[in-house]
Design a protein around this ligand. Structure first.
Ligand code: PAF
Length: 289
């Protein structure tokens, strides 16, 4: 179903529009994005559409989650193509704020979820989750949704947002959407467009390595043994640099202890590695049989 989305660029217009929907008793579902949309994003829109009356998607490349030297300037910006995709899946409102709208001149207020933001990806990108929490908190205040949907592809981000919502008492249900993968298993990501043809051919090794490691842990292989094998396979596959492969508690993101996990126990395996200039991340859940 193709439906014209309403494009809104200012908080003033957004509040007026959403105020009418709220007064009419309509619920609002929200998906924050940085654009360069792929099927993974569109699957999140589908979830919001099923669970709410009005679907709002924001597109904002958030400068505070990029460190100097990262890809802020080259991050793909494809607004017209993004809006065409959003219209195909029936998005009602696309919010396109600029930097001044999100960070009014002289802005000094930041949000950070300490601890969880400093693990895993936070070790390699120490600024990242602080920028994400700050912009998502601001977007939540702008949109005031009833529910918000984030991809499980960015599992650490999803858990940090859940924690922020709990700690600050935002009246918002946070839902996770399953990772959408290409046919060979590679998790879809806006940054996959940076891969060279050769890198693209090998990039799916990350998902196959995590898949095997989680199956091994799930049948009782000691965590440290499965992780050692996974790290060796990633290094042998020609990735340029391995940041981490870790198996963690799915809620706290703390490392699981060495040894086999208990029957019925759940966990999450996460990995990050560089293929040329592209940093690939992926993760999967598991339960011990
Ligand atoms: O996952 C993303 O695209 C971004 O981190 C988010 C949540 C839109 C915040 O800028």
């Amino acid at each position: 179903m193709i439906k014209s989305s309403i494009r809104v660029r200012t908080l003033f217009e957004l509040r007026a529009l959403l105020g009418e929907h709220r007064r009419a008793g309509r619920s609002i579902g929200f998906i924050p994005t940085m654009g360069a949309l792929h099927d993974g994003h569109l699957s999140l829109v589908e979830i919001a559409r099923q669970k709410s009356d009005i679907t709002v998607v924001s597109i904002f490349v958030n400068p505070t989650q990029f460190a100097p030297g990262e890809d802020l300037d080259t991050y793909p910006r494809t607004e017209d193509a993004d809006i065409a995709k959003l219209e195909q899946v029936g998005t009602d409102i696309v919010y396109l704020p600029d930097v001044a709208e999100m960070y009014p001149d002289g802005s000094k207020t930041n949000v950070g979820v300490e601890g969880m933001s400093d693990l895993l990806d936070g070790i390699y990108r120490p600024h990242f989750f602080y920028g994400v929490a700050t912009v998502v908190a601001r977007l939540f205040i702008h949109v005031q949704p009833d529910l918000a949907v984030f991809g499980e592809k960015d599992y650490q981000q999803l858990q940090i947002i859940r924690r922020m919502v709990r700690d600050l008492g935002f009246p918002i249900d946070v839902l996770g959407g399953e990772t959408v993968r290409d046919a060979d298993g590679l998790a879809q990501s806006s940054r996959n467009t940076y891969l060279t043809p050769d890198g693209r051919q090998r990039a799916n090794i990350m998902s196959s390595v995590l898949h095997r490691a989680r199956s091994r842990i799930a049948i009782g292989v000691p965590v440290e043994v499965a992780l050692k094998e996974a790290r060796a396979r990633i290094e042998a596959a020609g990735f340029d640099k391995l940041d981490y492969v870790s198996a963690v508690d799915p809620a706290t993101l703390e490392d699981l202890p060495d040894g086999p996990i208990a029957r019925g126990q759940t966990g999450r395996i996460l990995g990050a590695a560089w293929m040329g200039k592209t940093r690939l991340i992926d993760n999967m859940g598991f339960t011990r049989s």
